[in-house]
Write a protein that binds this ligand. Structure first.
Ligand code: ZN
Length: 396
């Protein structure tokens, strides 16, 4: 059993408490056993010391929406999903290492084919490959004529139930259903629902029967509202959400999972399908809508957390975008940590640095509460008490 005594220059514990200067964290067997002022967290005998006294230490980031195998900058994301399981697993191996180094210690995967995500989750847990802890959906449930349909479509209540049950039998942590259109597919971006009320209800019921929840890809409008009314736990993207959509989400306490990088980052859709003028045009429009509406949505009181949607290593960019859209740096850090854990229903285990929680933390060179750009300078990542180099590599 490895015991760590970690010295922190500044500690942001994710509970909402003010940052603590000159703090200490004690870790035993992958869990935090004590956290507080340095003089109150003396190193137990035999502990290994980790000196982060010139670093800002905070909980590991929680990417609430990604895909392990996809690289959006390569274009044709659905085509990438439909490749065989071996190229998918190899791509995931590279991508997830990039995510971990940028600070993501937990990642929610929102759809893969061949149940690759389940295998990859197990391989990470077994220490075969390196990556964030994964929460996985298995196959996304998409209508045959809907956005997100990869190798299989699911039409009608019975097929939706069968799809949900197959994912859950294989070990999915949650159910993903595609309700509205999306940005990366051609044609107008529809906010009407590809699924009927009964089909969405079936996905939610099957998830809840198995003790979990359904997450809906929905950009706004009638599709988003149908998904919220039928009881999904999280709405993914919501780029075209109107004030009335957000009001309904607040009323039903549904989480908004923002995914800015996929629309805004050069390594997002822009680098791939954005090379097609029609897609780029659609994206420019989505960007304008996001810039116009999100400062209001993010200040509305709706509960939000964020994801990269497969722009690997871009969680810092997500948090920086929240700040650009008017969120305080403190709330941006909370969105990337504790709120993400709450949205993914794992907050009893991670998301804050408190005794009993998993030892998932990152060290940053700089103070992101003063300058959110510092999020790009992750020098060390600890997951379950095991240390990994951050993007700054050996500079720790
Ligand atoms: Zn996605």
């Amino acid at each position: 059993m490895t015991v760590w005594a970690i010295r922190c220059g500044t500690l942001f514990d994710g509970t909402g408490a003010a940052p603590l200067r000159d703090a200490g964290i004690i870790v035993a067997d992958g869990r935090i056993t004590a956290v507080g002022r340095a003089d109150a967290t003396a190193a137990p005998p035999g502990a290994r010391t980790l000196d982060l006294s010139n670093r800002f230490v905070m909980p590991g980031l929680i990417d609430c929406h990604s895909h392990a195998s996809i690289v959006p900058g390569l274009g044709d994301q659905l085509g990438q999903l439909c490749r065989g399981p071996v190229p998918q697993a190899l791509a995931a191996t590279r991508n997830l290492r990039q995510d971990l180094a940028a600070g993501t210690t937990t990642m929610r995967i929102m759809g893969e084919e061949h149940f690759v995500d389940i295998e990859v989750r197990e391989a990470i847990e077994a220490g075969v490959i390196t990556g964030p802890r994964l929460l996985v959906a298995g196959r996304g449930l998409a209508a045959n004529n809907g956005h997100g349909r990869a190798l299989v479509g699911y039409d009608g209540v019975d097929e939706v139930r069968r799809g949900a049950r197959e994912n859950l039998r294989r070990g999915a942590n949650h159910v993903k259903i595609f309700v509205t259109g999306g940005v990366s597919s051609p044609g107008a971006m529809s906010t009407s629902s590809a699924y009927t009320r009964e089909e969405i209800r079936a996905a939610v019921e099957e998830a809840e029967r198995a003790g979990t929840y359904a997450a809906a890809h929905a950009h706004g409008g009638a599709g988003l509202r149908l998904a919220v009314q039928e009881g999904v736990g999280t709405i993914e993207h919501a780029a075209l959400a109107e004030d009335e959509d957000i009001a309904l989400m607040i009323e039903r306490r549904v989480w908004l999972i923002t995914t800015f990088a996929i629309f805004l980052h050069p390594r997002g859709i822009e680098g791939g399908d954005g090379q097609r003028p029609a897609i780029m045009e659609k994206m420019r429009w989505a960007r304008r809508v996001v810039d116009e509406n999100f400062p209001r949505h993010l200040a509305s009181g709706v509960r939000f957390a964020c994801g990269t949607d497969a722009v690997h290593g871009a969680m810092p960019f997500e948090l920086q975008t929240l700040v650009r859209l008017g969120v305080s740096p403190q709330n941006a850090l909370l969105a990337g940590t504790r709120w993400g854990a709450e949205a993914c229903r794992i907050d009893r285990d991670t998301g804050t640095l408190q005794a009993g929680k998993r030892a998932d933390l990152i060290a940053i060179d700089g103070d992101p509460l003063r300058d959110i750009a510092a999020m790009d300078r992750v020098s060390l990542v600890m997951k379950d008490g095991v240390t990994y180099d951050g993007v700054l590599g050996g500079q720790r």
